[in-house]
Design a protein around this ligand. Sequence first.
Ligand SMILES: [Zn+2]
Length: 260
Amino acid sequence: MTMLFDSHAHYDDEKFDNIREEILSGITSGDNICPCGVGYIVNAGCDIQSSRFSVALSEKYGFMYAAVGIHPHEAQNADEKWFEEIESMLSHPKVCAIGEAGLDFHYDFSPREIQKKVFERQMLMSQKTGYPIIVHDREAHGQTMEVVSQYKTVGVMHSFSGSCEMAKELIKKGWYVSYSGSVTFKNAVNLAETVQYVPDDKLLIETDAPYLAPVPYRGQLNTSKHAYATAQKIADLKHKDVEYILEITQSNAKKLFNIQ
Ligand SMILES: [Zn+2]
């Protein structure tokens, strides 16, 4: 079987502090939860410490790749030194993307104007350096698309939660769309419908571990192996088999993140 590519996780999260080693050392082997095993994980940075942590994880584990960036929650803490260090981290051989960047108008942990500035700054960095960007959009679809449209670069809309129209617009711009466990939730009928508008060659899957565990693990600590249930759900929605979904999502992610 093709191994699973988890395009977005947070193994630096403190929820993994006592079990990180145990989980990651067994992640590549197949079991009942994930018969194919997990072959690749992109760990997304949220601030400067977690970006450094991402890089350290990528150095420790062959299957781990790092994204470095500033999450909208942390936008108000960003200073010039953070941007400089993040840009310099891009030359590390295991760093494959900028992120996660974006807008979160659900929690509003940072003022919206600051979120927008920090997002735009990272979009500009992506355009300038050619590294793809991982974008977080929660309840900010319109403004996120407005920013996305202003820069000539590509990336992925992570844990997609938008409409069919938004999916189509992203595809038109050459962007990728990534689904987390939320697509398996019982009340996610509208979200599940958007899968039809994402062509096979633009589709990614992810966990956002430790959050958003798919059904039937909803509410539990999420790990990359649980993304197999998400792959299965997408296979059902697209009337394809799960092996095909594993195959295309691995090859799409490798293409986007420039991984051999
Ligand atoms: Zn995330």
